[in-house]
Design a protein around this ligand. Structure first.
Ligand code: NAP
Length: 248
């Protein structure tokens, strides 16, 4: 079967690394992004130069109409989806819970929780044998923050990832008998741009001494785990998590 993967937030970071590795493993790839067209095009160009198939689609995955348009474009240009990786996410500057206002909380929950549900909905409607699909996989990019709590930095973000863990468990049970596996990775301390959004570009290096493995991780190391969960090698795994946090 032709493998088609939609990866949200694939212009940069973990999503981009997953897109390139997925293409190398034979998937036709939809590189979704929000606004950084140049970065998305760069990911797509690299895949095409290596002989792969990829399209870039700008869509704000926190908006239902945009998500529907994204999946329609994939239907038309790549064919039936077989895998979804929910990776798009944001951080806000570090602060304590007693400093956070409702506007910030709404931005974090709207950007980090709602998109995973909306994209999972569109993927299930296409992949579930309940709707005539041939099955498939969903991999959610959660975070070790859901276990650790991110005290003093961003408990709101950590809580949004707690919701993703619960989505992973609940949805996996909902669709397990319909040919769909749903799993998650829980990375931490990965060298990407997201730490700049949190107001601390050098965060991974600052925390290195506190990580049992004494180093940060790479986006490729996360991509490898995501694509293992998406592969047939993980055929009996659903509702489960791979922690990628250097032992933390
Ligand atoms: P990143 O380098 O900052 O990339 C974020 C990506 O998400 C970009 O492609 C961005 O698109 C996209 N995006 C953000 N909001 C979007 C929206 N509403 N609609 C569509 N795309 C959107 O982040 P990253 O570090 O790779 O993070 C990827 C995922 O891993 C996130 O869910 C994050 O929470 C999780 N994670 C990261 C770490 C880490 O240490 N880096 C640890 C644990 C979990 P544009 O380029 O267009 O802005």
């Amino acid at each position: 079967m032709h493998k088609v993967i939609v990866i949200t937030g694939a212009s940069r970071g973990i999503g981009a690394a997953t897109a390139k590795l997925a293409a190398a493993r034979g998937y036709a790839v939809c590189v979704n992004y929000l606004k950084n067209h140049a970065a998305a095009q760069c990911t797509v160009d690299e895949i095409i130069r290596s002989g792969g198939i990829a399209i870039a689609v700008a869509a704000d995955v926190s908006l239902e109409a945009e998500v529907q348009r994204l999946f329609q474009i994939v239907d038309e240009q790549l064919g039936p989806i077989t895998a979804l990786v929910n990776s798009a996410g944001i951080l806000e500057p570090q602060m304590r819970v007693d400093e956070m206002d409702a506007a910030r909380l709404n931005r974090i929950f709207a950007s980090n929780i709602v998109p995973y549900f909306l994209c999972a909905k569109e993927a299930v409607k296409r992949m579930s044998n309940r709707y005539g699909g041939n099955g498939g996989v969903i991999v959610n990019v959660s975070s070790a923050a859901s276990r650790l709590g991110s005290a003093g930095e961003y408990v709101d973000y950590a809580a949004s990832k707690g919701a993703i863990d619960t989505l992973t468990i609940g949805l996996s049970k909902e669709v397990a008998s319909e040919g769909i596996r749903v799993n998650a990775v829980r990375p931490a301390f990965i060298y990407t741009d997201i730490h700049a959004d949190g107001g601390e570009v050098g965060r991974v290096d600052r925390l290195k001494p506190t990580i049992p493995m004494q180093r940060g991780g790479t986006a490729l190391e996360v991509a490898q785990a995501i694509l293992w969960l998406a592969s047939e090698e993980a055929s009996y795994a659903t509702g489960t998590f791979i922690d990628l946090a250097g032992g933390k």
